[in-house]
Design a protein around this ligand. Sequence first.
Ligand SMILES: NC(=O)c1ccc[n+]([C@@H]2O[C@H](COP(=O)([O-])OP(=O)(O)OC[C@H]3O[C@@H](n4cnc5c(N)ncnc54)[C@H](O)[C@@H]3O)[C@@H](O)[C@H]2O)c1
Length: 373
Amino acid sequence: MTGRKLRVGVIGAGAWAAFAHIPGWKRDPRCEVVTVCDVIPDRGEEAAARFEIKEAARDWQAVVSRADLDIIDVVTPSSTHHELALAALAAGKHVLCEKPVAYDFRDTWSAAALAKRNGLLTKLGFTFRYTPGVQYAKSLIEEGFVGEPFFFNGYEQNSQWLDPNTPLRQVDHTADQSMLQTSSLEGYGAPIIDIGMWWTGAQYARCVGTMRNFIPERVVRATGRMMRMNIDDGDIHLVEYTNGALGSIQTSFVTVGNYPGVEARIYGSKGAIICRAVEEFGVAETIKVATPDAVEFKQIEIPARFYPAGGTPRESWRSLFYANLIRDFIDEITAGGGRNQGNFEDGARVQEVINAVERSHHERRWVDLPLPR
Ligand SMILES: NC(=O)c1ccc[n+]([C@@H]2O[C@H](COP(=O)([O-])OP(=O)(O)OC[C@H]3O[C@@H](n4cnc5c(N)ncnc54)[C@H](O)[C@@H]3O)[C@@H](O)[C@H]2O)c1
């Protein structure tokens, strides 16, 4: 890989591609975005012009089968991820895919297996695994700062859809509205479930959870009108991890507070860490620590090595965190494939948790993991 830039094809030129993905690729001199593809032609062309990308495309199948691309970046609506990611892996490309790869954890496992068989690296859009503070906290945990982990508490919550007039996307408005449809747990739960397993160094042994629809009617982007949407706009679950640690995770997009609204806390035998990735008064995140002999949590500075080139705590979280994710994926690919964190296997484990919490909610009981295959 040395001496040659990695060539990237981005599929999907919507909001998140423009906020996070394309700026992340553009920031790393080891790669170049060769083409940006969208089924809505204007969108692909506008993104190509705005980000100085040579080509715009409409047909994703033609893009994934191009021999001159190394990486396919899937940043389309969630229901399309599985088909596009599988096609890109089958065509021999490394794949960055937005979460979820698939709604059923078994489909995510089979995509992970295909990547392994083809010797390809994968990365999921677990944005908050890559914040400078969350990365720094992980390094402190690895150095033994926390000791034996006792508790993990995680939140992803903000007021993105508290106002029912804000058009909702990523939901199936044709679904049977007598059944609660998973929404926040899927969209907001995935990254914080991932951090919980990563920080505690354990998986789920069992969980119990509940989901709630707080706002019954809202405007849906696909129809442009106010309609009954029986979606989980808030949920909470308890977890017993395989190493004996306990956890709680709460997600919601109708809770007052700013973006992205991620808070992760770990308490152990030797210390505790609280990391808040909540953009407040111009600062993207803070990290605080305490120890048994200094129990007042104090804010600590995040070392420069955890920031992407040119990054500061005052940069927008959207570009700051994703630049780290993309930098890490390029590090992994150029290193030849030994390390591959936050990959489709991690995504499958997270999806299995989401499916277990759904089952717990619908059956009103604790659910053991792993789930039957
Ligand atoms: N990781 C995070 O923090 C984070 C944050 C925001 C969004 N997301 C995820 O990113 C994904 C995209 O979200 P968004 O807000 O940009 O949505 P969006 O609707 O603004 O953009 C998606 C784009 O994909 C295009 N598209 C759809 N099917 C396509 C296909 N087959 N080929 C080519 N283009 C196609 C659409 O025309 C649209 O322009 C979603 O899965 C969302 O959940 C993740």
